[in-house]
Design a protein around this ligand. Sequence first.
Ligand SMILES: [Cu+2]
Length: 343
Amino acid sequence: MRKLVFTLSLLAAAPVVAHQQADTPTLASGAIRHAPLGVMGDHLHNTGEWMFSYRYMRMEMDGNLDGSDSISAAEITGTMMNPGPYMVAPLKMTMEMHMLGAMYAPSDTLTLMAMLPLLNKSMDHRSRMGAKFTTETDGVGDASLAALLRVYQTADKSAGVHLNLGVSLPTGSIDERDDTPAMANAKLPYGMQLGSGTYDLKPGVTYQAYSAQYNWGAQALATLRSGENDNDYRLGNRYEVSGWLARSWSPALSSGVRLKHSSWADIHGADPDLNPMMVPTADTSAQGGERSELLFSANYLFSAGALKGHRLALEYGVPIYQKLDGPQMEMQNTMSLGWQYAP
Ligand SMILES: [Cu+2]
């Protein structure tokens, strides 16, 4: 009502301005309605709406850091004559994830979300004696369920806040094995396992706002582990905050930039099958850390033709700061490609 009065007064006072006002949409629409792809649970749906999604994520790690300083494989293992702290140094790791997702909104203020990841991890190593070897694992990761609950929205729907109430289920294996030079069918270190082995709470809060051409927002998310898994340990809690700004170029295309900071704690307890002197990835005191990343994204929404309503999105990020309880593998980049469709 207030808006109507305002518009009417504009019409009366300055017809030219009022005409422009009518042609310009108040809030950005189309591709930009979704935040950058890597922001999980960024949007709610309208009552009765479904959305299905698939995303491919890839993370590459190369080399090791101790704190913020590089530490070489030679320093990690030493030599036979002059041994270092570990028998084996990790050299390189690639993690790929195929994530299937579904969203459904029973009401305008509540959207439910389910996600199932399929993981593929590969790690290259070099032993103290110079032998190079690779271990690999793949399979289902930890499924998660979440409720997105809107707690605040401005009257013109230009900004809102919702809670992310998620839980992660221990569907991923923590008993993955592969051959190493030291042992056939050896238990793989923590980072190569597919799940946490525990029920984890994933609470968070998301703020998002729109103007005629921009979308910006911020999200804080935690992963809080509970109890201890069947292998006598619990992964460290994880905290993430990110903020983004995206610009709409057309209803079909938007691009954005995001700054993300994560921190995660060391592992409590230890898997009795793993020897912490073997390799840093099996050492529970070399697991925590923090990292800041700068990410660039683009969203595309098909607005006509057979693909109308389908969305494609991508995001690519590089770390700008890493401080790790070392030695721990150094992240080089992350990449996500996604498809989303709301029938
Ligand atoms: Cu959705």
